[in-house]
Design a protein around this ligand. Structure first.
Ligand code: HEC
Ligand code: HEC
Ligand code: HEC
Length: 400
């Protein structure tokens, strides 16, 4: 289809498409480091090899400029490209299939009009034979993929359904928060049960979330709108761009709807946890006491961390209480170690708030000692094994 043959778009449609493209993080997987937006060749590591996000600029030869709206819908709904070849599920079409035609068309309108065409050939996936045979994807789809738009659950409110539509569809939270089977498909029976992703852990978004204070609708909305909860952690690592490059574009009503949907999954009522026993106990455990500084981890914590993390009477926004948050309460210390090594940039967590990196200030053993103190003394949970080795491994992988 040539440019002249493309349908006309309204400015509302284009603006809607811009917001949805942000909420679907299309740019994250389709923009190369330092390169033009959506011009492709962003490498995605999978268990099977590297796959490159395609050039989805309107360049007719190397991008999707010659695609009709129908071809674009087929890619988003069925994971099939313009020539009819199966696309790899690294493109989360298993979620995008839930989107309405109106929403998919809006993204098409945005890409075709607002994005600069860039001539750049997308590299072939570095997946070894025979897994690189796209025809095998037909079998994968038969096993794990069900095409179909989101259907309202009539027993639930309109807001709940709006939240479910956004979470299950365009924002594809499950792509990171749901564990995958050996063939890379999300485990349908374990939706949002938590998963390893990009060398981080995406915690459970169900009642199994390890935070001491259960997540509630309003706390989800606050976290997704601002990058931080008050009684929960902050959006660091791969969750940073989900909030700051993605969800923040959505109107408040949509973030509220997402909170309502997720709050219902967790099943905890909205409440003010300030006076709760859990929070009060954690604050008490963080107060200096006569036995204070009895071990190395506690001493280091007092000098390196407490100035910014100590809360006297209540947990303040921007001063996370490390005793109650999932970073110290997950079975695995990975997220806590990442944050200690590399800090929290202005683009992660609360926008503009920075936590310094301790990569060059603290040794593996010292970071391990602080983690052990937070885990054993503050969260009062079973110790994490082999902490020194874990810190060393994460330190090495981040600089690769
Ligand atoms: C998690 C990463 C990821 C996200 C997020 C993502 N994509 Fe992709 N997309 C890919 C990968 C990887 C491919 C190439 C798949 C292949 O080669 O089989 C792809 C392919 C495509 C294609 C097919 C292009 C072609 O030339 O065959 C289209 C169209 C597309 N994506 C659109 C989108 C849109 C629109 C969004 C946002 C709503 C989006 N993608 C979000 C990873 C992603
Ligand atoms: C690209 C992968 C990715 C996507 C997509 C993603 N998340 Fe996350 N999420 C993570 C990671 C990794 C963390 C841990 C971040 C940290 O500890 O700083 C996280 C943390 C969270 C937390 C905090 C959990 C806790 O106990 O501290 C919430 C809530 C959350 N995500 C909700 C969502 C929602 C809702 C969506 C979809 C709108 C979503 N996430 C999409 C990777 C992702
Ligand atoms: C200069 C102040 C400062 C220092 C020192 C500091 N932090 Fe932070 N920390 C912050 C800020 C600010 C945030 C992010 C808050 C936000 O974005 O809302 C943060 C966030 C975190 C988080 C993520 C939030 C959560 O609860 O999951 C962890 C974990 C953390 N810090 C641990 C530590 C540890 C351990 C130390 C000591 C090694 C430390 N911090 C030292 C300021 C600091």
């Amino acid at each position: 289809m040539s440019v002249a043959e493309r349908p006309q778009f309204t400015s509302e449609q284009i603006e809607k498409g811009r917001v949805l493209a942000a909420a679907g993080y299309c740019a994250e997987c389709h923009t190369p480091a330092g390169g033009a937006a959506f011009s492709g060749n962003y490498p995605i590591e999978t268990d099977y090899g590297v796959i490159y996000g395609s050039n989805i600029t309107p360049d007719p030869e190397t991008g999707i400029g010659a695609w009709s709206p129908e071809a674009f819908r087929r890619a988003m709904w069925q994971g099939v490209d313009r020539e009819g070849r199966h696309l790899f599920p690294a493109l989360p079409y298993d979620h995008f299939t839930k989107m309405t035609a109106e929403d998919v068309d809006a993204i098409y309108a945005y890409l075709m009009t607002e994005v600069k065409p860039v001539h750049s050939v997308t590299k072939a996936a570095g997946i070894p034979f025979p897994l690189n045979q796209r025809i095998l994807q037909a079998g994968w789809k038969m096993l794990f993929f069900k095409e179909g738009r989101y259907e309202n659950d009539l027993s639930k409110s309109e807001e709940w359904n709006r939240g479910a539509y956004l979470v299950e569809g365009v924002t594809h939270c499950g792509a990171c928060h749901t564990p995958r089977n050996k063939l890379g498909a999300e485990e349908a029976s374990q939706t949002f049960a938590g998963a390893h992703i990009d060398k981080w852990i995406a915690p459970a978004l169900t009642a199994a979330n390890p935070s001491a204070v259960p997540w509630s609708a309003s706390e989800f909305t606050r976290y997704l709108a601002s990058g931080a909860g008050v009684y929960h952690g902050v959006a660091a690592g791969p969750m940073g761009p989900v909030v700051h490059a993605g969800l923040r574009e959505l109107p408040e009503s949509d973030l509220k709807a997402i909170g309502i949907y997720l709050g219902d999954i967790v099943g905890a009522p909205d409440s003010d946890p300030a006076q709760s026993a859990v929070v009060q106990a954690s604050l008490a455990a963080g107060r200096p006491d006569p036995a204070y500084r009895r071990d190395q981890g506690e001493r280091l914590y007092a000098t390196a961390c407490a100035a910014c993390h100590y809360n006297a009477e209540q947990v303040l926004a921007g001063r996370p209480d490390l005793g109650i948050n999932s970073a110290t309460r997950l079975d695995d210390p990975t997220n806590l170690i990442h944050v200690m090594l590399d800090g929290v940039s202005a683009e992660e967590g609360t926008k503009g708030l920075v936590m310094p990196a301790f990569r060059h200030a603290l040794s593996d053993q010292e970071i391990a000692a602080i983690a052990a103190y937070l885990r054993d003394d503050r969260s009062k949970l079973a110790p994490w094994p082999d902490l020194d080795a874990k810190v060393a491994a994460i330190r090495a992988e981040a600089t690769q």
